[in-house]
Structure formats: C-alpha cells, structure tokens
Design a protein around this ligand. Structure first.
Ligand SMILES: Nc1ncnc2c1ncn2[C@@H]1O[C@H](COP(=O)(O)OP(=O)(O)O)[C@@H](O)[C@H]1O
Ligand SMILES: [Mg+2]
Length: 227
C-alpha cells in the first residue's frame, strides 16, 4: 500500500432503508475520497443521508452496493471480525449524543475502551487517558461521574475518548448539536487542534456554517448525493 493511500475511498455507494412502500434510496452512487490529515465538513438538509453515510464509513452498517476502502483495505465486504478490527484500529466516533457511561468517571470512560484495545499496558493507558482529559480542559474532573458533568463537559469527554487511541479517521456527527455557541467553538477548536497534532482526518457533519467553513473542505449534500 503506498504511503499516500487515502484514508477513505468510496466508490458508487448505494444504501436503501426501510421496507416495502417505505423503502427509500438514501445514498445514491456516492463517490468520496478523504486524504490523511485533512478536515472535511458535510452540510445538507435533514434527511439527505449524512448520518447514513457516517454509519457506513464507520462500518456500523452495510451498503447495498459499492465499495468502501479504508487505508487501502477493502472494508465493505470484509467479515465481521475484520470489520471490528478495522473499526478499532482506524476509527473514532463522536456523536451528537455522547453515549458516555453515566455511572463511570470521566477517566474510566476513556480508559475502558483503551484497555479493550489491549495495545498498551494499563499504567500507560491510565497516564495517557489522564493526559487526554487534561488537554480537553478536564484536569479537575477526572473522577467525576458522567452524570455529574455538564453537557459541554460530557461532550469534551466524548472527544477525548474518540481521540485517545489516535484513530487516523474521526467521524463526528453533529458533535456540537446540543451545545451553545461558546462550547461549540471550543469543541471545534479542540477537535482540530488534537487532530492536527496526530495527522488525523476529520469528517464532520454540522449545521453550523461557520464551523463547516473552517474545515479544509466542505461537501454539500442533497438527496443522497454530493452536489
Ligand atoms: N431505518 C430506516 N428506515 C427507513 N428510512 C430510514 C431509516 N433510517 C433513515 N431513514 C431515512 O433515510 C434518510 C436519511 O436519513 P439520515 O441519514 O439520518 O439523514 P441526515 O443525517 O442527513 O439527517 C431519511 O429520509 C430518513 O427518513
Ligand atoms: Mg443525521
């Protein structure tokens, strides 16, 4: 694989959802190439297929036709074990609703997925989890439980978690959707700064035109296609 292989290469991707008369052609012959270290925003009206595309790229759903290559590896027709491995090795997710474990502390929310990867020993994983949380400004809240953090703080934990194993590809679906302007700005700046440090690629779905514009590339979408 050449060093310059794009992190994401998608060809003629199609996805239908729903049954019978409710069946919708959600993604229509999507082609997409994402390069390492670049940031991309997807903008488009509600229902145009943005989340469906992110699920497919994150290997959480299967296309009806077309190809998905991640880091030069064909992923859409790989077996479940290989898809799980690729997901763990390549992808971090940040969603609008952060899916923190409410009963676990900020630190544990970062640490548990790191330990599950079994790539670094626990003491190092713990030190790194603490460092990532410090970088997102939560030095004083390492041991707060998820349900004792504000919305903005929880979303910062979610970003720290997504970035903790330094995935080459970060998929963010309206990560600032439930935050006020100041917290949105701070979260966006943080995402970019951390991603730039590790040459990560960001694919960000957002309704905020200011944030969209500040990515290297903006990809407008409508009716299941890029326009
Ligand atoms: N499980 C489903 N069954 C039927 N239609 C669905 C399902 N999930 C999503 N859709 C439809 O697919 C389209 C795209 O949805 P989505 O990707 O969530 O859009 P976006 O994220 O751009 O708002 C919408 O028209 C939505 O109603
Ligand atoms: Mg969506």
């Amino acid at each position: 694989m050449p060093a310059s292989a794009p992190i994401v290469e998608v060809r003629r991707l199609n996805r239908y959802l729903g049954e019978g008369e409710g069946r919708v052609h959600v993604l229509r012959d999507i082609d997409l190439t994402l390069d390492a270290g670049q940031t991309y925003s997807i903008v488009g009206p509600s229902g145009c297929g943005k989340s469906t595309l992110l699920y497919l790229l994150g290997l959480l759903d299967l296309p009806d036709s077309g190809e998905i290559h991640l880091n030069g590896i064909r992923a859409d027709n790989a077996g479940e074990a290989e898809r799980t491995r690729l997901r763990g090795a390549l992808i971090g997710f940040v969603f609008q609703f952060h899916f923190l474990l409410a009963e676990f502390t900020a630190l544990e929310n970062i640490l548990l997925p790191l330990l599950r990867q079994r790539t670094i020993p626990e003491p190092e994983a713990r030190a790194w989890a603490e460092e990532v949380l410090c970088r997102v400004g939560l030095r004083d809240k390492l041991h707060r439980r998820g349900n004792q953090l504000s919305g903005g703080e929880q979303q910062r934990v979610a970003v720290a978690r997504a970035l903790a194993n330094k995935p080459p590809l970060l998929l963010a679906d309206e990560p600032t959707g439930n935050l006020d302007q100041a917290n949105s700005e701070a979260l966006f700046a943080l995402l970019h700064e951390l991603a730039a440090t590790h040459n990560q690629t960001i694919l960000l779905v957002t309704h905020n035109p200011d944030l969209a514009q500040r990515c290297h590339h903006t990809l407008p979408m409508r009716d299941g296609r890029f326009i």
